[in-house]
Design a protein around this ligand. Structure first.
Ligand SMILES: CC(C)(COP(=O)(O)OP(=O)(O)OC[C@H]1O[C@@H](n2cnc3c(N)ncnc32)[C@H](O)[C@@H]1OP(=O)(O)O)[C@@H](O)C(=O)NCCC(=O)NCCS
Length: 197
């Protein structure tokens, strides 16, 4: 039973490279390749504004590193620690770029194991980046995206570089780069910076 579970849990690296659609494209585009190493995250730890945020990300970086090196069980235990102590679901498999911010140490945040989070993405509390029933692909969040409090990004969706997803928005379609989207389902209210006056 246990070995079976370990095999099931231990998604091979090829699963990412050979993944369908979005994830393959994300891999080709280099997204999710620049993840921080556990050492790097720990070095940046004192610079994080919230100490817990740094700890959550360091634990994730370590569990991801262990998972990539095919160490059984330990990655799962570390991500369970984050879940129990910080109420954040951050599976070891999830690819998280450099300089990602987890506001309020990721309280109530759920990221899918196959989701790809780019560099410098800001994630507010209660964000869900996950799947839709019967659809394999899960979201790809490009660099410099801001996900507002309670935002849900679901299914085969690509959120373009620099986009802002408003509080409580439910994103079901691709979001163009630099767009601001709000509402359920999310709609674009603006592309680019807000005009003064
Ligand atoms: C989406 C957001 C960035 C837009 O801010 P903005 O650029 O200043 O835009 P505005 O406030 O001018 O709003 C533009 C339109 O979108 C609407 N809108 C803004 N935010 C919205 C939201 N979250 N849900 C639904 N509609 C929203 C406004 O009512 C306005 O509609 P109108 O043009 O019909 O009047 C901002 O409202 C937001 O949700 N920020 C996230 C805040 C957050 O999560 N903070 C973290 C706390 S831990």
């Amino acid at each position: 039973m246990l070995p079976e579970l370990l095999v099931q849990y231990h998604l091979p690296e090829q699963d990412f490279r050979a993944g369908r659609g979005l994830r393959t494209n994300a891999w080709r585009a280099g997204l999710g390749k620049s993840e921080s190493s556990p050492v790097e995250v720990l070095r940046n730890y004192p610079k994080q504004t919230g100490e817990d945020e740094g700890l959550v990300l360091a634990i994730h970086a370590l569990s991801h590193w262990l998972w990539r090196h095919r160490i059984p069980l330990l990655p799962k235990l570390l991500s369970k620690f984050n879940r129990i102590v910080f109420a954040v679901e951050l599976p070891a498999e999830t690819r998280i770029g450099k300089g990602v911010r987890l506001n309020y140490s990721g309280l109530g945040t759920v990221l899918h194991a196959r989701a790809v989070i780019g560099d410098r993405v800001e994630i507010s509390p209660g964000v869900v980046v996950g799947g839709r029933s019967d659809i394999y692909d899960v979201p790809v969040i490009e660099d410099d995206v801001t996900l507002g409090v309670g935002a849900k990004v679901l299914g085969p969706v690509r959120v373009g570089r620099g986009a802002v997803v408003g509080a409580n928005a439910v994103v079901l379609h691709d979001v163009p780069a630099d767009a601001v989207v709000v509402g359920v389902p999310a709609r674009v209210v603006r592309i680019g910076p807000k005009k003064e006056g």
